[in-house]
Design a protein around this ligand. Structure first.
Ligand code: ADP
Length: 397
């Protein structure tokens, strides 16, 4: 028997049975305290304010059956008391949620089994409660573990994606390096060969005392070494892009354009170029110096490759293309044949070898834009039809 008193609600409409129950409890000194309800309605009322360890309820009551109580008893075990020959009803009651049953006999002998049945019902409830708690605990554990696993899987996915991106980046950089190594050895050779050839000629000219020719060869040597120096400087700059990072800032394109036009003002005036800048240009986010170099290079090229036509125009603006803003520098100059429109972005690639410059500017500009996550490309309907250089910088405010 448990030490503490067991609180029982006895729902019984037969006064004699109630008394028999009371007598039995007292005689056996059972540790029960009990409350009587003589009808379903009374039992319902009591249950509103009091809780019990167990409910002992006669099956057939004046105002219904004790099954009507089941929804209102919370998780308190209900023991159904039926008359002899009513075993089927008892089984039905258990199917509907009763904990146990007692079969009443006219002599009241069934009362002897009350203590055992009550203890059994309480033990079962305790076991069920424990099982519920255990179940809830297990569910919680499974939830936590699942969440942890999901987080781990997500982390791995992110790490894997980062790794793949890095590998792809490395592969591109490797291929680029290979291309550069080839181009550098090939293109730097030209001025070096010129220098070496001129020095040979110089020797001969000196021996012959031909000073005019000495002067000519010497100035060719100076010119070629300057070209080499410029190429090396630009290569160095190219190799720095992406390695030296300036903090990203919001840079109005309008400011970059104004800076470029200021630097080119003499040339623009000399060539009588009409420059048209759109009144509204986007604000870009990135490295001010790098983006400035891009704009500078595109505007300079636009002015440089205008050709000799009478009406020389350069237009700087932006347009919306889907959800991105495309900035552009357009000229009505010499234009670029479609087959060269990609080639000009290669290192040292010039369409006219006699043109001033080294052919690094566009490679540099494209690299800067790519480091910003954007694109730089050329649009031209062909030679003599002008060119438009377009770029995007995705991270705009
Ligand atoms: P550079 O101007 O020093 O030669 P770039 O890399 O800036 O080098 O340009 C590469 C080549 O692309 C140029 O030599 C020229 O042939 C061609 N190009 C660039 N911009 C234009 C333009 N606006 N119109 C026509 N051709 C151009």
């Amino acid at each position: 028997m448990p030490d503490k008193h067991i609180h029982i609600l006895l729902v019984e409409d037969d006064a004699i049975d109630r008394m028999a129950f009371e007598r039995f409890i007292r005689a056996g000194e059972l540790p029960y305290d009990y409350t009587f309800a003589d009808s379903l309605a009374r039992a319902r009322e009591i249950l509103k304010t009091e809780s019990f360890d167990v409910i002992l309820a006669d099956y057939q009551l004046g105002d219904g059956t004790c099954l009507d109580l089941l929804p209102e008893r919370g998780d308190t075990p209900v023991i159904v008391v039926t008359g002899t020959g009513d075993e089927e009803t008892a089984v039905l009651a258990m199917k509907q949620g009763a904990s146990d049953y007692l079969i009443k006999d006219p002599q009241g002998n069934y009362l002897v089994t009350v203590p055992h049945t009550v203890t059994h019902a309480l033990d079962r409830k305790r076991a069920e409660d424990q099982l519920h708690r255990y179940h809830a605990h297990l569910e919680q554990l499974v939830k936590e573990r699942t969440a942890k696993l999901e987080a781990e899987i997500e982390e791995r996915k992110v790490a894997q994606a980062e790794r793949e991106q890095l590998i792809a980046q490395l592969e591109t950089q490797n291929a680029e390096l290979e291309r550069y190594a080839y181009t550098i050895s090939h293109d730097l050779k030209t001025p070096l060969l010129t220098i070496s050839w001129c020095l040979g000629a110089l020797e001969e000219n000196l021996a012959e005392g031909d000073l005019d020719e000495v002067k000519r060869q010497a100035s060719r040597v100076i010119c070629s070494s300057r070209t080499m120096l410029r190429m090396l400087d630009e290569l160095l700059e190219l190799s720095r892009i992406g390695r030296t990072t300036h903090p990203a800032e919001y840079v109005p394109l309008q400011e970059l354009v104004a800076g470029a036009l200021e630097l080119l003002s003499n040339r623009i005036a000399e060539k009588a170029v009409h420059v048209e800048v759109a009144p509204e240009l986007p604000v870009l986010r990135g490295d001010r110096q790098g983006l400035g170099n891009v704009v500078q290079n595109l505007v300079e090229n636009a002015v440089k490759y205008l050709g000799e036509g009478p009406d020389r125009r350069v237009e700087i603006g932006s347009r919306h293309d889907g959800d991105q803003t495309v900035c552009f520098v357009r000229d009505n100059g010499i234009g670029i044949a479609p087959r060269h429109q990609e080639r000009i972005f290669g290192l040292f690639n010039q369409l006219d070898a006699r043109a001033e410059g080294t052919g690094v500017g566009l490679a540099l500009a494209r690299r800067i834009i790519e480091v910003h996550g954007g694109r730089l490309w050329c649009e031209s309907e062909g030679e003599g039809r002008g060119s438009t250089f377009c770029f995007t910088v995705p991270d705009q405010p």
